[in-house]
Design a protein around this ligand. Structure first.
Ligand code: NAD
Length: 427
């Protein structure tokens, strides 16, 4: 693994630099776009259940808001770093731009592991994070959302703290809220379904049948709903990899005739881990964590963490793989990307493939601000339209200019933000 040298911010900057050079962007615009506009780092002191005070570290990074308020999730992660948050904030700018929604890019994080925190402690962390950043977020400047290991309950605690501080009701300050408390129907499914809407378009363009096979890394929010819609569409998921908290390692669960999603969900925990003994009893092979990438399938769907398809692991991708749909953020390193290009594997890049979540968050903001909520089918239909149209623009440019899909998506996204920066007179 390349973990020791991997820095997602350097990856995000090098991806940007390459496209900026090909677009011949002015130096001033490059300087604005290759780093965040604003960064906040702070401490969050919490009284733990045992009475002791523990200090957590929190971040919020606003990469760019030329096209609209910054938008992006808040992660709970024991290994969170400022550079990871910077990279993810930058990717959010490109993501909102590539699906053409009027939002910029931001991201937040707290160094913590909710596996070892009671609900009360988690609530205090959420409220503490908001107290430190309440002046710098808001419906018209920066709108957070859930991400890795955070959920609707965390968002509601954050909303409540923000509203207490500001003395009013501001449902548009945060998205991913529970349904009935300003949340949008369909938000839970949106990222995973969005991955499959664009995958469906790719299968059509490449002439590959809907009855294809897939191997998925992750069994959390993104992976589960991607698996659900993929299976509904006629596909077969033959393996799922996820983290085992007890063994502190990952495993791949394989059933060659296809996993049964409901069955696996019934033996999973709320963090997206699977009970390996019960999986064995149900006839799943329990393989090493890295085995998901070696499977003889048509499609690989990384939907867990960054840096998973790298110089080492890319060698293990089977010859049968035709498409990689990146559900996770930053799952592929630049070195691995070069190998995928040479092997002519069709990659649907992360910030296009997983843009369904932020698109639905945008729908949630629209609904919250108008106080009028749509039916689930309406949400999915609008999401499908947005994702399909974004895929079509990127695919058309890729075909026209003979570009790799990631480069085509960056070209569209960066051009739009650069234009907004120019039009505002920033450069
Ligand atoms: P989650 O916390 O719900 O699930 C993460 C999953 O990854 C879990 O099943 C966990 O067991 C698994 N995992 C963790 N470490 C692993 C490892 N080393 N090997 C194999 N599996 C491992 O997270 P999520 O919301 O599904 O997000 C997954 C990815 O998608 C992240 O990169 C996130 O930034 C990105 N993303 C999420 C959303 C969203 O709406 N949730 C939107 C866009 C992008």
């Amino acid at each position: 693994m390349e973990t020791s040298v991997y820095n997602p911010y350097h990856v995000a900057q090098s991806q940007f630099d390459k496209i900026a050079a090909s677009l011949e962007l002015d130096e001033g615009i490059c300087q604005i776009l290759r780093q965040p506009m604003r960064e906040y780092q702070f401490t969050i002191p919490i009284r733990m259940d045992n009475g002791a005070v523990k200090v957590f570290n929190g971040f919020r990074v606003q990469h760019n808001d030329a096209r609209g308020p910054a938008k992006g999730g808040i992660r709970f992660h024991p290994m969170e770093t400022l550079d990871t948050v910077r990279a993810l904030a930058m990717w959010m700018t490109w993501k909102c731009s590539v699906v053409n929604i009027p939002l910029g890019g931001g991201k937040g994080g707290i160094i913590c592991d909710p596996h070892h925190l009671s609900l009360r402690e988690q609530e205090q962390i959420c409220r503490g994070w908001v107290r430190q950043i309440a002046k710098n977020i808001g419906p018209v400047c920066d709108v957070p959302a859930p991400d890795v290991m955070t959920n609707g309950q965390h968002m509601l605690w954050m909303l409540d703290e923000y509203e207490t501080i500001h003395g009013g009701r501001y449902p548009g300050v945060i998205t991913g809220k529970p349904v009935g408390m300003g949340g949008s129907l369909g938000r839970t499914e949106a990222t995973g379904y969005g991955v499959i809407y664009v995958l469906r378009e790719a299968l059509k363009e490449l002439g590959i049948s809907h009855t294809s096979t897939a191997s998925i890394q992750g069994f959390g929010n993104v992976a589960r709903y991607a698996a659900e819609l993929f299976i509904q569409m006629g596909g077969t998921v033959i393996s799922i990899a996820c983290w085992d908290q007890a063994d502190k390692t990952a495993y791949t669960y394989r059933k060659k005739e296809g996993i049964n999603l409901d069955q696996l969900c019934s033996i999973s925990d709320r963090f997206g881990g699977i009970d390996k003994n019960r999986a064995r009893d149900l006839g799943y092979e329990v393989l090493a964590g890295g085995a998901w990438i070696e499977q003889d399938v048509d499609i690989l769907l990384p939907a867990a963490l960054e840096n998973q398809i790298n110089r080492e692991t890319v060698k293990n991708i089977s010859k049968t793989v035709k498409i990689i749909a990146e559900g996770a953020n930053g799952p592929t390193t630049p070195e691995a990307d070069e190998v995928l290009k040479q092997r002519k594997i069709f990659v649907i890049p992360d910030f296009l493939a997983n843009a369904g979540g932020v698109t639905c968050s945008y729908f949630e903001q629209v609904q919250s601000n108008t106080n009028y909520f749509w039916e689930k089918e309406e949400v999915f239909s609008k999401l499908d339209t947005k994702m399909t149209s974004a895929f079509a623009s990127v695919y058309d440019l890729a075909c026209q200019k003979k570009l790799y899909m990631r480069d085509a998506a960056y070209t569209i996204a960066i051009n739009r933000v650069a234009q907004a920066v120019r039009q505002r007179g920033w450069a």
